[in-house]
Write a protein that binds this ligand. Sequence first.
Ligand code: APR
Length: 246
Amino acid sequence: MVSKSDPKRWQRILSGPVLVITGAGLSADSGLQTFRGAGGLWRNYNPMTLATPAAFALDPKLVWEWYQWRRDEAMKAKPNAGHVAIAQLATRGQDCLIVTQNVDDLHERAGTPVNQLVHIHGDLFLNRCTGCDYSNREPICLSELPPSCPRCRRSPLRPGVVWFGESLNPAFIERVEDFLRRAKCGLVLVVGTTATFHYIIEWALRAKRSGGVLVEINPEETELSGAADLTYRERAAQVLPELLSF
Ligand code: APR
């Protein structure tokens, strides 16, 4: 572990701005299924029938039932030692941005400040109207699926997540771009993601080019493994507490 074998170098790396990119593998240690791994959600469900605007238009009740199940699972889960280690990094005055592809709230529940966290794929607990800009984070009534918008009263509410084929929220993209423009990273930490999406790869590589040591924590190889300066083929909850403590 570099934080033990070369503590001075590691402290220097940790003292600079840190970009953290997390994926479903971080929440796997809290018992939440990943998408593409063995037993992952996309092994058991067809994303095209549950996580697209067309799927919602065709059968909003089915889509809502699946998301309510995911909400229940996320509420039962607890932040793990990996979430806590990242939250401690963020709250010790570090210039740090956490870009999570996860829609659960485990980063927040571990104590990561929301102004240092970007949910690039949205928020599982957000309900937003398909016809106006109304949104809330109220529990939905399962006997009335899909829930209708209490403001415009004509359109259904949908989960506030990014579906396949949808664009990312430009404001969230700008927060990441602003950080990358401003910060000469000391560390780029990529945790528990297959790095499926080009923007995830681009952001990690730009932060590396700005001077960041790219560290990947993932039991399996990914699209980003070739660019990693350090790789830990282990579980995030095992590696992060030691790696980020100093
Ligand atoms: N610690 C670290 N990594 C882990 C662990 C663990 N305990 N368990 C699994 N992993 C790794 C897997 O090896 C895999 O590379 O986490 C990764 C999970 O990959 P995906 O299931 O593809 O999840 P993710 O990369 O977050 O998917 C990105 O795709 O479907 C969309 O919107 C969805 O946000 C999601 C996005």
